[in-house]
Design a protein around this ligand. Sequence first.
Ligand SMILES: [Zn+2]
Length: 468
Amino acid sequence: MKRPPPPYRPLQSGHASVVWPALPNPETARLAALLMQLEESQWWTAAQHRERQLLQAGALLHHAYRQLPFYRDRLAQAGFVPGKPVTPAVWARIPVLTRAELQAAGPALHSPELPAGHGGTYEISSSGSTGRPVKALGTALVQLMWHAITLREHLWHRRDFSGLLAAVRSLPNGVALYPDGARGQDWGRSTKGIYRTGQSALLSIVSRTEEQAEWLQRVQPDYLLTYPSALRDLLLHCRDRGIGFPRLREVRTLSELLPPETRALCREVWGLKIADMYSTQETGYIALQCPVEEHYHIQAEMILVEVLNDAGEACRPGEVGQVVVTPLTNFAMPMIRYAVGDLAEVGAPCSCGRGLPVLKRILGRARDMLAYPDGRKAWPLLGDMFYTQIPEIRQFQIVQHAVDDIEVKVVAERPLTAGEEDKLREWLHYRSGHPFPVRITYHREIPRSAGGKFQDFRSAMEPAPRGD
Ligand SMILES: [Zn+2]
């Protein structure tokens, strides 16, 4: 495929008396320099990326070895020698760091000292809707890399920077509440100085779906950023009431799993495509949706991503394994071969010509799989079935408490009839392939987690002890 031309947009000058050529201030210049390299490296082969990744991983391992006793033994046993290059064989011997280990290690993963130029550190607390939060550290440098990938994401999807960007997302308590939300004069720090942008508008995710729809009708954005579950609720609300947003050109989603049904629903209701991003709070961006195909390109310049099978070997295209990541520029809290908890399917090289490795689909969290009495586990393929089967259902969540105890939490305009309840159970049995005992409970609303996340299905079962 023919490569699109590099985007031409004049940089903003940081110098009052030099308008052309722009003389950016140092921070903008660094970001522009990163962006320039990313524009080129996206076309590299996977092997070229791998080579550079191991080079950068060497610097990270060297730092972790010197600074953190936690890593010293792990790295030494893998055959790592400070100052020597990291070979693929050494890399593959480094033990995978589980989420539980990361939580247990806590400050033992915080570097006492940082090399020059990483900037100040800050705390990132990731709060999933299940499980204990993971506390991580970031630096100014980590943020700079985040901004560069955010810019890449805008460029890939050819956004019109003059548009109005609206975001409905998790925000600190009391910020951007309905009915007003909040306004920004630009799209925020990632674009600042690089592109002149239109305004942004923010609304807290704690607002109700009908409030979000009403707010969006007043705001009339060109782009909308939100979470997949909130988008689905919004789409269903808008479909039922015939609400459209004539200016809206694209929806961006992040933070949760995006089901294919929601993509289809977005095309059906608003006629729009979704651009999804795969990230975690503690690791930053992992992969971005390709501008051509509906799969994801790993952001190989910033993060080394492996998809490993049960034997710890790299999965081939078509195979599903656990996602293991190493953010390459976070020296404040090195996460070396960290299993984020998700599973993903490896994809074949992409038709767009970018050499950035492909994740065909992200399958969500292994800890939120449905457990069967025979020990088998699977993801329940729920889609938006309850909404389409019984339109009175406004929201639902399925919680597995035990192999023989599944609770379906329902928010509905009226209690369901016995027949409807049976229909719901039958559907669940059909989709899961097993006659699980199902109890239905009614709620005024099903709250999101502190981090704003929502899951259709979650497991409240205690994980089986290891070695059983
Ligand atoms: Zn692609």
